[in-house]
Design a protein around this ligand. Sequence first.
Ligand SMILES: [Zn+2]
Length: 108
Amino acid sequence: MDFNKHSIRLVQQCPVCERKYHEERVQIIDEQGNSFLAYMTCTFCQSNIIVRVISMPQGLVGSAILTDLTPEEVLKFSHEENIKANDILSVHEINKKGNIIETINNLN
Ligand SMILES: [Zn+2]
């Protein structure tokens, strides 16, 4: 696939302050098969959004979400494995014991 910054025309303005994005502030942080992940920071209000763009036969389809994450964190989480039912159950088990914050802190 040949993605370039013009593919991001799908998102032309900041969803928060509605000003136009500057193309130079768009970073393509990941590319997989027929989709890519772009990260944009609004030069006016500093809001960050992540845009996932997928190339479909009928054209490019994109979805955008606001984020507090840095581009590096977005990339890290986009490569993590999906959450499984067992993960939810173990969180539930820990939560029942009432020490979930402590347990999470001990993971790091
Ligand atoms: Zn903005």
